[in-house]
Design a binder for this molecule. Structure first.
Ligand code: SAM
Length: 280
């Protein structure tokens, strides 16, 4: 029987063999639960090409390699390269790139992968310290059809949040605009080495909009949420630098200047955005 990398004893052996300790600064928490890792890969719609952010010692990468045609994994920690070369030596469909994912030209990579393999999805146990910027970066690429990620429970709650909920934010509005969002399953702390102090959850985003450049709309949404305690009028006044124009925009959209953005649904934010465009 194959001994998967995520078997607790095997992970421990690998870490010992290479004298490795999980680096907090890189958000390293290794998954040591073969059932969860396999289920996560199986449900990720990774049959074409799949992108992983942070392969670590290769536990999820290995499962993705079993179910997909090609895996591209971005790893920032150069100490993990020799480990991955060793642990993934049985798979010839894995490409490890020693790169900061936030710095990479994602659009170019996704285009090339889509051309060669037909579909591109993302599956990752995300480093918690950069969850939000990673997700924002992924959201801007319309060719990624599924994103399956392990995140802190609080982040999962933000995607489920509705207007007026304390967790409702720019991330919630953007996520809900672009995707059907599903919680796949919860992951207990004991499934990691080392165990984090927070609960985790695997969520899946299924893209519902294609062929639409959302970067301008999202910049607008982030401006609306820039200072949570301020009204939409004040946030937009700072964004456009012109109070009279903002009054006109809000009037056109039928939204009162005294509301705060977290009281508005993403559809209402979209109406304000359209009003701003039409009055430009
Ligand atoms: N996938 C492995 C697992 O599930 O056991 C490791 C997950 S661990 C939570 C996060 C991984 O992301 C680590 O390997 C870490 O070195 C890597 N990482 C952190 N920041 C990164 C970045 N900016 N770009 C690429 N990888 C990064």
């Amino acid at each position: 029987m194959t001994r998967w990398i995520s078997t607790p004893s095997y992970t421990k052996e690998i870490l010992e063999k290479y004298g490795l300790r999980a680096k907090k600064g890189f958000g390293q928490n290794f998954l040591v639960d073969p059932v969860i890792v396999e289920r996560c890969a199986q449900q990720s719609h990774c049959e074409g090409a799949v992108i992983e952010i942070g392969p670590g010692i290769g536990s999820l990468t290995e499962q993705l390699a079993r179910f997909s045609k090609h895996v591209t994994a971005y790893e920032i920690d150069e100490d993990l390269l020799p480990v991955l070369k060793d642990t993934l030596s049985a798979y010839d469909n894995v490409e490890i790139l020693l790169e900061d994912f936030l710095e990479t030209d994602l659009d170019q990579k996704v285009r090339a992968l889509k051309e060669e393999y037909g579909t591109v999805s993302v599956c990752a146990n995300l480093p918690y310290y950069i969850t939000t910027p990673v997700l924002f970066k992924l959201f801007e690429n319309q060719d990624i059809s599924y994103i399956t990620v392990m995140v802190q429970k609080e982040v999962g709650d933000r995607f489920a949040a509705k207007p007026n909920d304390p967790e409702y934010s720019a991330l919630s509005a953007e996520g809900q605009y672009l995707y059907d969002i599903k919680k796949l399953f919860q992951v207990p702390g004991r499934s990691f080495n080392p165990s984090p102090n927070v609960d985790s959850v695997i969520i899946q985003f299924c893209r519902k909009r294609e062929d639409e450049d959302v970067s301008d709309f999202f910049a607008f949404v982030r401006a609306c949420f820039k200072q949570r305690r301020k009204t939409i009028y004040n946030n937009l006044k700072e964004y456009y630098g012109d109070g009279a124009k903002v009054k006109e925009i809000l009037e056109e959209a039928g939204v009162s200047g005294s509301v705060r953005s977290q009281q508005l649904t993403v559809e209402e934010l979209r109406e304000v955005y359209h009003a701003a465009k039409s009055l430009r």
